[in-house]
Design a protein around this ligand. Structure first.
Ligand SMILES: Cc1cc2nc3c(=O)[nH]c(=O)nc-3n(C[C@H](O)[C@H](O)[C@H](O)COP(=O)(O)O)c2cc1C
Ligand SMILES: [Fe+2]
Ligand SMILES: [Fe+2]
Length: 402
């Protein structure tokens, strides 16, 4: 158990999950995670802000005991997902007088997911405030980061934004507050990719909403806190923008090496043309790494052999996930090899229907890649380079090789 003071009478009382390796039965957690919960004491009233995953409930209770918390007037639930709300049933029994502060949609969810009595809930709307005496909590509705009920809580006098999943990162670390955002660049980007990227447009609106707030610290509900907040806000502004990098991400699988030869040849031809490449062999890839690479790459090339008339299942899975997380790539295509026939290219294109990317002509060949195929791949590299040039991502310098 660990209790850490963030400021006078403001405490972190969450739990670090060093050994968790999978989230939502889907997302790999190579560095673990944390569930941040907070306790804020005002001159008259006190509030808990979020709770922890049920697996860490015991630690959470120990933290409350360690801190000597005897009375809680409000339990703020920014988000109903169980990694933050899962210890609410216990906390609401421990503090039977506490009102559970939720958005309208969150009330519905805590009632149905956690069997919370509706009469315990105090529903708040955008800009509503609750006074703790010398401290004020202000609420900002932030639907779809990443559930429809999410809100942000701003502790006005202390200028702390409790942002729940927004600006979070899955990392178990003893660092409570990060001052140099570079330390967190990769975990924060990966988390954005896995959880937040499908809601880039909604995040734009939420960031506008909080733009005039004076924020000195951002306190998310996973990973470390940010002080000052501007560098992480700047990273988010970049990730949610329409700007893409001169980069091609190539998720692929290959059963007997033909598709892989094609991927490596295309990768070389792209590098020759001044384009960065990130190939991912899906038999080895952690999907979180692929998601992070998809945040700002201009082009996605899916590499797949044909297996039972369609894409390789690992590729189908990666394409399905890519479609779900909706990267902002401007161009996409398919390459690979088949033996006797199928509908692989059509199937993969169909699986990317949520992307706004323009589909570039694919290179799909029978058998092992012969010299004609390699020339076709070079031509594809040239088509991609032309697109990147048109988009202003690549300057006009001639390729190193003809
Ligand atoms: C399990 C399995 C199923 C296959 N199913 C098909 C198929 O339905 N249609 C087809 O055209 N080729 C099929 N093939 C042939 C492969 O697509 C072909 O050998 C291709 O060149 C393999 O590329 P790779 O070396 O990148 O794995 C299948 C091969 C395997 C091993
Ligand atoms: Fe969540
Ligand atoms: Fe979460």
């Amino acid at each position: 158990m660990t209790v850490r003071e963030l400021g006078h009478d403001i405490y972190w009382i969450g739990a670090i999950d060093w050994n968790r390796r999978l989230f939502d039965s889907l997302i790999p957690l190579p560095e673990g995670t944390s569930y941040n919960a907070y306790f804020v004491k005002g001159s008259e009233k006190s509030a808990l802000i979020d709770t922890v995953d049920p697996s860490k409930e015991f630690e959470f209770v120990c933290n409350l005991i360690k801190l000597g918390v005897e009375k809680v007037d409000y339990i703020i639930i920014n988000h109903a997902e169980q990694d933050h709300s899962g210890s609410l049933p216990m906390a609401s029994e421990l503090f039977p007088e506490a009102r559970i502060v939720v958005s309208e949609k969150c009330k519905d969810l805590v009632v149905s997911l956690l069997e919370i009595a509706p009469e315990r809930c105090l529903v708040v709307k955008d800009h509503d405030t609750i006074s703790l005496g010398d401290r004020t909590l202000e609420f900002f509705m932030a639907p779809w980061v990443h559930w429809p009920e999410t809100m942000l809580t701003y502790l006005r006098e202390d200028k702390i934004l409790f942002s729940c999943d927004l600006f979070g990162s899955h990392i178990a670390t003893s660092t409570l507050v990060v001052h140099d955002v570079a330390e967190m660049y990769h975990p924060a980007k990966r988390y954005y990719a896995e959880i937040m990227m499908p809601f880039r447009m909604q995040i734009r609106d939420h960031m506008k909403k909080i733009a005039d707030l004076k924020i000195e610290m951002i306190a998310p509900s996973h990973g470390p806190l940010y002080q000052p907040p501007d560098p992480i806000l700047a990273l988010y502004r970049d990730w949610i923008s329409d700007t893409v990098k001169n980069e091609v991400v190539i998720p692929y699988a290959s059963m007997h090496g033909s598709t892989e030869k094609m991927v490596l040849h295309l990768a070389g031809a792209l590098i020759d043309r001044g384009i960065a490449v990130k190939p991912f062999d899906l038999t080895k890839t952690d999907l979180g790494e692929l998601a992070a690479a998809l945040v700002d790459s201009a082009t996605i090339v899916i590499g797949t052999p044909t297996l039972l008339f369609g894409p390789h299942p690992l590729v189908a899975n990666a394409a399905f996930i890519t479609n779900l997380i909706r990267p902002k790539a401007k161009y996409a295509t398919v390459i690979g090899s088949y033996g006797w026939g199928g509908k692989t290219v059509e199937a993969v294109k169909g699986m990317l229907n949520h992307l706004s990317a323009e589909i570039i002509d694919p290179v799909y060949v029978k058998g092992a890649p012969d010299s004609a195929c390699l020339r076709e791949l070079e031509a594809l590299a040239e088509r991609i380079a032309a697109k990147h040039r048109e988009a202003g991502l690549l300057n006009d310098s001639p390729p190193l090789l003809p």
